[in-house]
Write a protein that binds this ligand. Sequence first.
Ligand code: TRP
Ligand code: ZN
Length: 868
Amino acid sequence: MADIMRDTPALPTVTRREDYTPPAWLVPTVDLGFTLDPAKTRVTARLDVRRNGDSDAPLRLDGARQPVIAVRVDGVVFNDFRLEGDDLVIPLTGDAHIVETEVEIAPERNTQLMGLYASGGNLCTQCEAEGFRRITYFPDRPDVLSIYRVRMSADRARLPVLLANGDPVAHGSDEDGRHWADWHDPFPKPSYLFALVAGDLAVNRDTFTTRSGRTVDLGIWVRARDLARTSHALDALKTAMAWDERVYGREYDLDVFNIVAVDDFNFGAMENKGLNIFNSRYILADPDTATDYDYDAIAAVVAHEYFHNWSGNRITCRDWFQLSLKEGFTVYRDQGFSADQGSAAVKRIEDVRSLRAAQFPEDAGPLAHPVRPESYIEISNFYTSTIYNKGAELVRMLATMLGPVAFRAGTDLYFDRFDGTAATCEDFVASLEEASGVDLTQFRLWYAQAGTPRISASLTHEAGGGRATLQLAQHVPATPGQPHKSPMVIPLKVRLFGAETGRALADEQLILLTDTAETIVFEAVTERPVLSINRGFSAPVVIDSDRTPGELAFLSAHDDDPFARYEAMQQLMLDTLVAGALGSPVDHTAVIDAVAATLDDTTLDPAFVAEAVLLPSDSFVGDQLSVVDPDAIFAAREALRHDLGRALSESWRAAYAVPVGPYSYSPEAKGRRRLRNVALGYIAASGADDADALAYAQFEAADNMTDRQAALTTLVGGGSPLRDTAVATFYNRYADNGLVIDKWFQTQALSPRADTGAVVAGLARHPDFTLSNPNRARSLIGAFAVNQRAFHALDAAGKGPGYRFLADQLIALDRLNPQTAAKLLPPLDRWRRFDPVRSALMKAELERIVATPGLSKDLFEQASKSLE
Ligand code: TRP
Ligand code: ZN
């Protein structure tokens, strides 16, 4: 056997988009054998390899230094292989060979949760993006598509269920209590879509009949005790399957579709062909343990992964720089699905809120990157809000510019032409362009240029009636590596309303801003116009307009676009909070009046009202300031909350008094619960004496988790003795349910109280806290780090204990699970946005992280780029 060389880890290498070359070898078919055991699993791989093109390159297989037991070429033992770094290099003379390898891996020691790993005693895989190489040596890149056959064997008592991609073809028993199963996936797929599961699982089964009349067997696999909490996910799956047929003309293609839920998972879920694997938080739900938000998220993620069967699996990505090809499009598709299940307006508000919470700061910070990045060190770091959420906004803009009919023609052409291939973002745009005849040359800049464009909008009106003039200008800010930007095409939906009559003065218009500055003229404007712009959030930009508080209040009451109405209220609130945080004298009357008008408008959907009356978050206010002052922002926001609570006390009580009735998961019931709980928050903010008692009564009487957790949140943020009682009661009631205990940690980490930092430090020593479960790590560390006031609190010595805490936790987590550690770093990357004291403290923690010996390339990339 060849000598296994162990070279010292080199400086992380950079992968560049411009360096893409097609694979030197293809693997049309692969047979995998797994002798499964948590401690030691034997993996055999039989690769049918074909030289691609005329290069004479040796066969180079990606790996992770798993011990090679044997290599055979064309059936003969072959010892002439080399291990170069992580690669297995096999010199081959001909153009077609059968290469067999045999390796050993240890799933139960796999704490990274990439490759084959153990979760709760069961075995499962996660291969996207580059996890397959941790299982076996293979060209682990998405443009190598293979047909997979899999044989698994395992101890029947410990691992009675054996699942893999595609269809089950055979199974049987061996001697010694072992059993085996063969699965065959007829669709060629890249290695990142490979999956297997072996475990002690129960199943909730159903069937779905496709529109062409084929029956698909559906199964959701969980631990037996979780079986009763799978019906919502199963319903969502069937709804999503029908939706994709109706809206995109996409039908499912295998006879079997399985979903497995696991507790330890780095992400939300994974779209492996025919065998989706989910973080259990996106499957398990019942009213007692899951909130309305959880139910919605489950349906959205189930739909997302299912939709990937076409946008991701049938058509995959040529290379990882094209990631948004599948993720941006699939998020756009799942957003459309969710919008159709309830209030489209509320869904749009939620999506924009999360874009602003995660993607806008990313675009404005040191980790900013285009939707189609140019380079990476660790691809796992590019599963970002920019790729996913901004990517979805790009597809939405394309749909807006093309209109529904041409957009559907474009997606049909794309699915048809690129089916079975590994495609690029350019292929997608070119398909839409060809099908619609719309020139998308300038639009392509959206894929290439990072940074959130800022649009200034100024409307003037000639006194005495007649002409109104809208002056628009765009500016795309510099981002790392991109100092100069070209103007983009910005689709802006615009409408004018009459300030006196409240009526729309013309139809909604779609303006395509293409130059740095443009002037748009409206004729025959008979009364003073008020500008409604970026309606429906038609472009992911920041609008700087010269609209007065009176005009914003007017729009918040009269705009006929629900998003624009919400947006006007947000802008009014934001302007007030920014002024307050800057120490200017502020008058809360305009906000109070606007909120009162919305609360009293009985024509509005309660779910919409609940969103509209919520104040922008501390961090969103911070994003508007040149220097973030967390204490001033917190104080300004609390003052406004207090005044709103007091001034509108009767309205909040009235809203709170509207009964919701026994629990049901209908859009109406969800909306009423939401509004009631927002009202409870304002009653507490008002300082009313009975607020905690009210919350505690709700906490005790609740017949669902939405109301119970909302009450807990109110109590945890307050100062009454009921706080500790509620915290203890909640813990005891749900001690055996990990997903609910995550909520318990998270609620405390998000508390607005001054002692939150100390509470969180204590919780990190709680027996139930562990870094080895990503959900648990995120529920405490991740939640705390986005709690702007608590995370940035300075102690008596002027130090930042929150910063030190986060860095300590990240360094510890990095040793177990680099991917999850790296995902939790971004709160520190905002260091340049703070005052010199905080800025220096944050920077010092980043430097400490970078200087840590043995750091992963995941955390290294995030921390070092944050310092650049
Ligand atoms: N493709 C998955 C999705 O969007 C994302 C994903 C799941 C993932 N697991 C991962 C990404 C692990 C990186 C690493 O649904
Ligand atoms: Zn996805």
